[in-house]
Design a protein around this ligand. Structure first.
Ligand code: TXA
Ligand code: MG
Length: 317
């Protein structure tokens, strides 16, 4: 966790034109602001300004080798920064704006700060759909580097209160537009040289990616330096977590699913879309409870279940 920075009092402002103008002013000064996307809240800064990007790592207490996702308002803007092969073009056309991040070769004239890509010659880019993030991209007129707005190694934030819980005193502003709709970080696909690789499962499934790209995904080693977000500690709550639990043992707060009711459920109707949207909310609830341990009901492995189980296995590791 980062050490408190007494120079910030963290303002929380409801999403409106004035809040976006204030966030854009901070971004222009090289500061960060927390802003919702359709996946999770992001901690945004000007991706072309290395010092501004450094403030993101500072606020999050994040290991410096983790490259960040750069957000742009349109496909055209993305094409100024990175090189698209045929599969990348198809994926962008089908899923942007939306919860897909493409890892692509940086263009030689790419204006993005090296720190934002951790020195890699590839860049992770996304065109987000959320109106607040879109408004900030337009008002600031900058590509915005934005990792999830949580202290490093803590649960990703799906509400302004979650951002406040770990970044209060570390950042000047949180724009609050209520809970995010997916509640799960974007799917990350590397698309270059005519091959596609899944670097992080997310709201868009592997099957949808393969269908749209017209290619099979090549295998990708987990823990590869290319996707350090896959490090096991990345999604961990601070309490031990037990998977595939049908009942709570003594001292456990049980996160339910389907027939397993639990203290609160991911989805009583076994709906994986609902489960993904509530996953981080439930982990936050479990972490905030009086009980020392967390247990989670079994989640099927199909569709979005693969992404949910990926997050849960990392949290349990
Ligand atoms: O939904 C999301 O993607 C959210 C919202 C805020 O947009 N952002 C997010 O960012 O999850 P972050 O920094 O928490 O995750 C970025 C991921 C990491 O796993 C990182 O390793 C990977 O993207 N990444 C970034 N640049 C990369 C690159 N050049 N090659 C491979 N992986 C990269
Ligand atoms: Mg994160």
């Amino acid at each position: 966790m980062a050490t408190p920075n007494p120079s910030f009092t963290t303002a929380v402002r409801a999403f409106d034109d004035a809040a976006i103008a204030e966030a854009a002013r901070l971004i222009g000064e090289g500061q960060c602001a927390a802003i919702p996307t359709e996946t999770v809240y992001g901690l945004a800064a000007d991706a072309t300004n290395g010092e501004a990007v450094a403030r993101i790592y500072e606020a999050k207490g994040r290991p410096s080798f983790n490259p960040l996702i750069v957000h742009v308002p349109t496909i055209d803007a993305a094409q100024q920064i990175a090189t698209f092969d045929e599969a990348a073009e198809k994926l962008a056309a089908a899923f942007w704006p939306g919860p897909l991040t493409l890892v692509l070769p940086r263009r030689a004239d790419c204006p993005i700060a090296g720190l934002a890509t951790a020195g890699l010659d590839t860049i992770a880019i996304r065109v987000p759909a959320h109106p607040a993030m879109q408004a900030l991209l337009k008002a600031s007129d900058k590509p915005l580097a934005a990792p999830s707005a949580n202290a490093s190694g803590r649960i990703s934030p799906t509400r302004a209160e979650h951002v406040l819980a770990t970044l209060c005193g570390h950042i000047p502003l949180i724009v609050d537009a209520g809970p995010t709709s997916h509640g799960l970080e974007s799917t990350i696909v590397a698309a270059m040289g005519g091959t596609i690789r899944l670097l992080r499962p997310g709201p868009i499934s592997a099957e949808e990616i393969e269908r749209v790209a017209g290619l099979a995904l090549s295998s990708s080693e987990t823990g590869n330096i290319e996707a350090p977000g896959q490090l096991e500690s990345h999604y961990a709550p601070e309490k031990p977590l037990r998977l595939n639990a049908a009942d709570a043992l003594a001292g456990e707060w049980l996160i339910g699913f389907g027939d397993v009711v639990g203290d609160a459920t991911l989805s009583g109707s076994s709906d994986l879309v609902e489960a993904a949207a509530t996953l981080f909310e439930r982990l936050h609830q479990a972490e905030a409870s009086e009980r020392p341990r967390i247990a989670v009901a079994p989640i099927p492995e199909n569709g979005l279940g693969a992404a949910i189980n990926d997050r849960l296995r990392r949290a349990a590791a």
